[in-house]
Design a protein around this ligand. Structure first.
Ligand SMILES: [Zn+2]
Length: 433
């Protein structure tokens, strides 16, 4: 029966690709029509199913894990293409799964956890962070976390949690033999992103006291009334630097020299490391994988420019992600240009008011020559910049192709391109032209 499902999946994918689509979701959709429980059946032979989630960085974390396992010659399946909802996950099991494959590493959209866990239960669950994101779709963050907690309860899942995020550690009570990771207090100074998520105790509602803040709600916290607090970590970044690529030391021992830029990727590297250690991979193999990983998916992707320089392309879809993307250039001394692309299509969430929660003053201290605003809401971006302390030449081209041509006409060595969700693919392909 499994062979039958796999054949249907492969045929559907081929047909979908002939029609010019990516073919990542359609096989799953078709298989569900054949048998509603198809995912349960496809996953029944697996010994270890790992879920990876978090508002920001889940694709990078999952790809870091996948790349390292691949380098190490491990047999596993992984939804590399970011197809992280039910149909994409079914497609991954159907197309990549073989009779002897025992390990699945699945990136899962936090809003799809309930739907997917109706059919399969992970053995391990990596949870990196929760930020305000696409509120149109998910509802309030508290509701989202409560729903995830209900799914985890009583299922003996080992949780691998970012101890620095109180939104994440409030899920502790639903796991078994939990593992915690985090960044030491003095390991690295993050840019001050200036956004404060609600910092209240999930048990008793009292305000949390912070001994140290990394950024946003991430840091060392404790409740003033009950015993809710930052948990002791098994895996800790003891030291890190970002220039613009990340070098970091874990547990005062293993040193990693990576090809990843953007300091928030320190958490993604650490989450990947923690999971790989728990899967029993050797330190040498983990180091080889994490150090050789280079993104090609619009997450801190480096693309060459006609000027002989490079543009760093990074997707951002909420204030925390955009703040982090804007801070990337803090370590660049040369004069730089920006391309900001904002669409408001369905998958972006129609409400783009979150750009007003973003701290564009981060740019005030950078050496910026030009900022090109593009996408369907380019004008609103330009207006937002007017209300910040940014000192640069701002131009508007709603058409993404024209905007990229403009960016490429500049002679500066570095540029940062930040599209939101539905603007990513077009921005990426225009930059790569
Ligand atoms: Zn409390």
């Amino acid at each position: 029966m499994l062979a039958f499902y796999r054949n249907i999946a492969r045929l559907t994918r081929t047909a979908s690709r002939l029609a010019g689509k990516k073919g990542t979701d359609l096989p799953g959709k078709v298989l569900r029509k054949v048998n509603d429980n198809v995912l349960t059946k496809l996953a029944s032979n697996f010994d270890e199913i790992v879920f990876v989630t978090g508002t920001n960085g889940k694709t990078t974390t999952s790809n870091l894990i996948g790349h390292t396992l691949k380098c190490a010659g491990v047999d596993f399946i992984n939804n590399f293409e970011g197809a992280n909802m039910l149909d994409g996950i079914i497609s991954t099991f159907a197309i990549q799964g073989k009779n002897n494959t025992k390990l699945a590493v699945i990136e899962i959209d936090e809003g799809s956890i309930k739907r997917v866990m109706k059919y399969i239960t992970p053995t391990k669950f990596v949870i990196n962070n929760f930020f305000r994101d696409q509120i149109d779709r998910f509802g309030e963050i508290d509701t989202l976390i409560a729903t995830i907690g209900e799914q985890l309860e009583g299922k003996n899942i080992q949780l691998i949690l970012n101890s620095d995020d109180p939104f994440v550690t409030r899920l502790s009570k639903y796991g078994e033999d939990n593992i915690y990771f985090g960044i030491a207090k003095e390991a690295y100074k993050f840019a001050d992103f200036g956004i404060s998520e609600s910092k209240f105790c999930p048990n008793c509602g009292m305000e949390l006291i912070y001994d140290h803040v990394h950024y946003s709600q991430l840091g060392f916290y404790r409740c003033s009334k009950c015993d809710f607090k930052h948990q002791d970590t098994k895996y800790e970044v003891s030291k890190a630097s970002v220039e613009p690529f990340i070098n970091m030391t874990i547990n005062n021992g293993l040193k990693l020299e990576t090809k990843l830029a953007g300091d928030y990727n320190i958490y993604n590297l650490l989450a990947a490391y923690s999971l790989l250690k728990e899967l029993g991979l050797s330190e040498d193999k983990i180091k080889a994988g994490l150090e050789s990983y280079s993104p090609i998916n619009g997450r801190m992707q480096s693309i060459s420019l006609p000027s002989g320089g490079r543009v760093l392309l990074n997707l951002a879809k909420n204030p925390a992600g955009l703040n982090a993307s804007l801070a990337i250039a803090n370590s660049i001394k040369d004069e730089i240009n920006y391309l900001l692309v904002l669409n408001d299509n369905g998958a972006d969430g129609f409400d783009i008011s979150w750009i007003w929660d973003t701290d564009f003053n981060i740019l005030a201290d950078q050496n910026i020559k030009n900022i090109v605003c593009s996408g369907k809401r380019a004008k609103e971006l330009a207006l937002r910049l007017k209300y910040s302390e940014v000192n640069a030449n701002v131009v508007v081209f709603e058409n993404i192709s024209e905007a990229v041509v403009k960016l490429k006409s500049y002679s500066e060595k570095y540029a940062i391109a930040i599209p939101n969700y539905t603007a990513l693919v077009e921005t990426q392909s225009e930059l790569e032209k």
